[in-house]
Every structure is written in C-alpha cells, then in structure tokens.
Design a protein around this ligand. Structure first.
Ligand SMILES: [Zn+2]
Length: 538
C-alpha cells in the first residue's frame, strides 16, 4: 500500500517528457491556466457560482502571482463555448467570446458545438475574439485544405511554445449536417503524426501543447464516442507532445492512480491530472466552474510538472452524493467590475429576449401534470410534431413526465417553452423495422397512467386489450414487419429514462445536437399562429 503510494507520488513528481530542445541550460517556468466547455455560462448561476467576471478576478490574480515568480503564462480553452444557456444562445455567444477576450485567453480548441450555427456565425465569433480558434484536423472537402488555423507558435519570455488544436471526429455525426457537410473531420492521431514533426522542424518549440475538444476517456475506453485525448497521447512517439488541455467529456480529469479516475474528487479537493506516454492530460470540468492551473519547469530540455490545481470559482462544497452544501469550497472571489459592466447589458438583453414573443396559440396547450401523465394531451401532439419535423421521422413518442407545464392561450415566449422543457434533452431518431416497433410498443404502450412513463405518441395508433397491443398503424396504414420506420425520441427516454427500453446502443440510433426546447421554439416560430385544432386528441 505504502510502496505503491510512494511510487505513484514519485511518478507524479519526476515524470517528465523529453523535448528536443535548443542548447539552453537556463531553467524556465511556464504556468498553464485552462478552462473548457463554457456552454454559454458567461453569467453566474442563481447560486452565484462561476461566471466570467469572477473568473477574470481569479485569473488576473494567478497571472500576477506567476509573473512575480518569473513564470510565463498561457491561458487556454478546450472549446465548446457555444450552446446551453438561452441568454447566450440568443446572442450567438457574443458575450462569451467578448468576455474571454477581456480575460485574455491565448487560444482555444474548436469544439463540436461551435458548429451549432451556420459556419459564418463561427467566422463572426472569431472576429469578436482577440485569440485564435484552433483545429488542425478540420479540412475543406473540396480543396482538402485546413479550414481553420491549425496551430499557433507563442514566444513567451524566451520560451517557444507550440499550441495545436484538435476537434472530435464525432462532430461530423452530432453537428447539423447542413453546416458541417462540406467539412472533413480527419483523425487527430493521423494529423498529429504528420503535423507535429513538421512543427518541430520549422519552429523547434521548447514545449508542445495540444488544445483539444475530444474528451478524456480513462485508459482509452472511449466506448461509443470517437477516440479522445488518451488515445492521441498514446499514439505518438514519447516526447512529441508534452501537454493536452482538453474538453468535451466535461469532467474534472483527476486521477487516483494509473488509468484510474479519482471518483472522490469534489470542489476544493486535490486533483492529479492524467499522464499517458509522457503527456500530461488535463480538463477543468465545465462552465468555468474551475480554472485549472499547472506549473511546469523546463530544464535541460526536460519538462516537469511542479504542481497542479483545479481552483473552484465560487463553487459550494458538495456532500458525497454531489449535493450542494452551504459552505463555499474556496474563499469568495469578487467579480471584476469592468468585465461585469461589459456583460451586464448582454445578460439584461438576454433576459428580455426570453420574454419576447415567438408566436401565438389560439387556445390552451394542456400540459398539466394531472393530465399529461393520465391521457393523451394536445401539447404532446405539438411537441412530437416539432421533434418529428426536426429529425424527419414517421412517428414519435415522449413520456408524459417529459412535459412539465402547459402553454396558455395567447402569445408564446421562449420562457413558456423552457417551462415545458427545462431539461435540455437532446432530440434523436432511431430507425426501426416494423417488428422492432411492435416489440418496443409492447413495452411502452403498457406503462400505466399516473406515472411519468405514461406514453404520449403521434402518427401511430393501436388497440390495447389484456396487456396486448394490436391493430398497429403508422400514419394510418397497417404496420409492415419488414419495413423501416423512423421514430423521433428524446435522449432521456432513449437512454432508458422513465424505464423505457434503451435505444442508445441500437446501431440505427442517431442523436442530433438540438435540444427539446430549441426544437419546440423553432417549430412554433415556423408554424405560428398555432391552431389547437391541428393538435386535437382524437
Ligand atoms: Zn463537446
């Protein structure tokens, strides 16, 4: 026990990577600060946790401390700045990119959610930002040239640092094909194997960093996802890549031992980053909850990690079940007043937009708990119509528990929609044979009323008797057992939520990047005024 702990400690302290260095025996220090997966959280939450204004105060302080110790500083983001909070989404993440520019980010990886909007929005976002968006593995299908800046060389107090971006190849699957159809997401391992030696030869960097949005999967167990940071680090000759600053899996990368995650990590606790094949891999959970801080020493071409911390940004301590306690995990960090005054108008504007009119309905869309879990309701017809349209499905389902409120007759705002769908479930489809549809409905159609599982459905009909279903019709026609039908479903029910059969491991299951609230909003905007007669339950 003791020996293995010592060994672990020893590996942690002495593990270094070989850098083909300049003939320079001077000792140099680099502090890498990092965040990832901002997802629209420029503003703090209702408990006052995280938020860019407090993040800036913390980062300014860390930068001053590092400089006072003679360290160079690099501030990086693992990407996915976009999507998650309507106040940000409705302003195309302008406050987030401008906030990051004020904080002084040096570079970020392009994440899959950077493609939730048309490509020209990402170009505009690059104009709002004063730091480069990096990805080495996104290519234009027609020209076979890189679509974005692949890397940047930083000269910091005599240190040459190469920062290369990588984006998950899953982006091709999960982003809107309308936007990414012209892009090829090449394998990061392949691109790195050819590009890194090229950069080495051209620029002879002292330190090489990959800023990635690919996910950290312990021991390279990436499952249904595309391979992530561990796979990348293992694929390269040792010493070619010193550091990975990652994102996408949205976890604090804290290890309890070799290829073993530290399940006990919570805000304020110690965190040891992963190390694979000589490469340090770090990730700071999500939303700016933490700022990661890694201090490195470079001596005779050897890079040593001196210390690592995940510093909470006004997070509360948690109990062992992850429940928020009343005590802060860190000393309270004041908001930077200049940045706060820049962001405040965006927050106010965002709040106003949520209350703005999207459409109109000429009667009540019934979604009360006492109805949606007991009988077919018109709001479910509307919701499923929206989801079917979003993924081009033949029919669709939702469990009654997935409907959280009614929409009253009159004007409809985004706020009304967020009350119906507060969970941000992603919309998906699955292609099923007629036989598979029958097997699925043999389970879901029998969930009893007065439960969240109670089935709401559209464009499919059946008779129910003695725990059996019969006379199944899709779009008015008798089901054919060998025909393929597309069903819309949300990620919650598809993952087994409310006891629904799991669909996520079906090879014909395809999640989209759209959430239920976005899909309903788009549908109402496109079809307003909504006539409740079109969604009547018969
Ligand atoms: Zn992502």
């Amino acid at each position: 026990m003791r020996t293995s702990f010592l060994l672990l400690l020893l590996t942690f302290i002495t593990a270094c990577s070989q850098v083909t260095s300049k003939t320079d025996s001077e000792v140099r220090y680099l502090t890498v600060l990092h965040t990832n997966d901002n997802h629209g959280r420029f503003w703090h939450n209702e408990h006052g946790e995280y938020g860019m204004a407090a993040r800036k105060t913390l980062i300014d302080q860390l930068r001053d401390e590092a400089k006072a110790q003679g360290h160079s500083v690099l501030l990086l983001s693992g990407g996915d700045i976009n999507t998650g909070i309507p106040e940000s989404d409705l302003q195309l993440a302008e406050p987030d990119f401008k906030g990051m520019s004020e904080i002084g980010y040096d570079a970020m990886a392009i994440g899959n959610h950077e493609f939730d909007n048309p490509l020209k929005v990402l170009d505009t976002q690059q104009e709002w930002a004063n730091f480069p968006f990096l990805s080495a593995n996104i290519f234009d299908k027609t020209t076979n040239k890189p679509s974005y800046q692949q890397y940047k060389i930083f000269e910091k107090d005599g240190l040459t640092i190469a920062v290369i971006g990588f984006t998950t190849t899953d982006t091709a699957k999960i982003a809107n094909p309308q936007y990414v159809g012209g892009l090829e997401f090449k394998k990061p391992t392949t691109v790195a194997a050819s590009l890194l030696p090229e950069i080495q030869q051209q620029h002879n960097p002292d330190i090489t960093i990959a800023v990635t949005h690919m996910g950290h999967y312990v021991d390279s167990n990436f499952g249904v996802n595309a391979p992530g940071d561990v796979t990348l680090a293992r694929s390269l000759p040792k010493g070619m890549l010193d550091i990975v600053v990652g994102g996408h899996s949205q976890e604090p990368v804290c290890m309890a031992g070799e290829n073993k995650a530290d399940e006990a990590f919570s805000p304020g606790k110690k965190c040891r980053p992963d190390q694979q094949n000589g490469t340090w891999i770090m990730q700071a959970h999500e939303w700016g909850k933490y700022v990661g801080k890694a201090e490195f020493k470079l001596e005779n071409g050897q890079l040593t990690l001196l210390s690592y911390e995940l510093l909470p940004v006004n997070l509360y301590k948690q109990d062992s079940n992850g429940k928020r306690l009343t005590e802060l995990a860190n000393e309270y960090i004041e908001a930077d007043q200049t940045l706060k005054s820049i962001l405040q108008p965006y927050q106010s504007r965002g709040e106003k937009k949520i209350l703005g009119k999207l459409g109109y309905v000429n009667g009540k869309l019934e979604g009360d708990r006492s109805k949606a879990r007991f009988q077919q309701v018109n709001i479910a017809r509307l919701i499923i119509s929206a989801q079917m349209e979003a993924v081009n499905a033949d029919f669709g389902i939702i469990s009654g528990g997935g409907i959280r409120d009614s929409i009253q007759a009159g004007d409809i705002s985004y706020k009304d929609i967020l009350k119906v769908h507060p969970f941000k479930n992603r919309i998906a489809y699955v292609d099923l044979s007629g036989q598979q549809v029958l097997d699925y409905f043999a389970v879901v159609a029998l969930f009893p009323p007065d439960s969240g599982a109670y089935l709401q459905y559209k464009n499919i009909s059946f008779a129910k008797k003695d725990g059996q279903i019969s006379n199944v019709k899709i779009n008015g026609e008798a089901i054919k057992l060998d025909k393929t039908y597309r069903m819309s479903v949300n990620s919650y029910n598809a993952s087994g939520g409310d006891g629904y059969p799991q669909l996520t491991n079906n090879p014909n299951y395809a999640p989209s990047s759209k959430t239920d609230s976005e899909v309903l909003k788009q549908y109402i905007e496109a079809h307003t005024p909504i006539d409740i007669a079109d969604y009547e339950v018969n």
